[in-house]
Design a protein around this ligand. Sequence first.
Ligand SMILES: C[S@@+](CC[C@H](N)C(=O)[O-])C[C@H]1O[C@@H](n2cnc3c(N)ncnc32)[C@H](O)[C@@H]1O
Length: 220
Amino acid sequence: MSDMKAPYLDPAVGRYLYAHTTQPDDVLENLILETREAAGDQAVMQITPDEGRFLTMITQLSYARNVIEIGTFTGYSAICLARGLGPGGRLTCFDVSEEWTSIAQRHWEKAGLSDRIELRIGPAAESLRDLPVQHNVDLVFIDADKPNYQTYYDLVMPHLSPGGLILVDNTLWGGRVADPLDGEETTRIMREFNDMVFHDDRVTSVMLPIADGLTLIRKH
Ligand SMILES: C[S@@+](CC[C@H](N)C(=O)[O-])C[C@H]1O[C@@H](n2cnc3c(N)ncnc32)[C@H](O)[C@@H]1O
């Protein structure tokens, strides 16, 4: 599966990586199936199981307690983030779609995670502007509309604790960001975003070839 979102990888290597990563449990497997039935072609928006495992592990490893997700869809990445939270940890999810997040909420309930996840429906930029000053966020996962990535980055940065993390999905954009002949609009948006992060001296960053590219950014 992971090779589907990583066309820049040799397909055999992609399958090997996926086969040697802890597989989804029943909760995640059911969500994958229901998302495919409900969303059809749009199910491709769901993160891949290997990326999900990474999100759980990075949340655990960073001891994050206050986590934000921008772009929830049917809730797969939210389950992975929420599972990495320690006691008292909270995940706040932002998404514009009642339809997709109603599926998410049902699966969070089944996963026993509803008490630690809060969902805010509406354009994420507006909701983020309403956050209290100094929200002390430990980890942010950005996986929503690409043209607003820079806006989300700018809006969460003041709330991020020193040492806090931002994870940004789709930063390789199918490998197209590295193709000088590709001038498509989203490719250009992702290139500009990646350049901006690279030149931001408030952070240290690493681009990981997980799924469609995941950038891990640490605020100094
Ligand atoms: C790629 S999907 C997220 C996938 C999700 N992380 C998962 O694991 O399944 C992108 C989501 O961003 C949401 N979205 C798009 N524009 C948005 C906006 N302006 N504000 C908030 N959410 C938005 C869409 O409704 C969609 O659910």
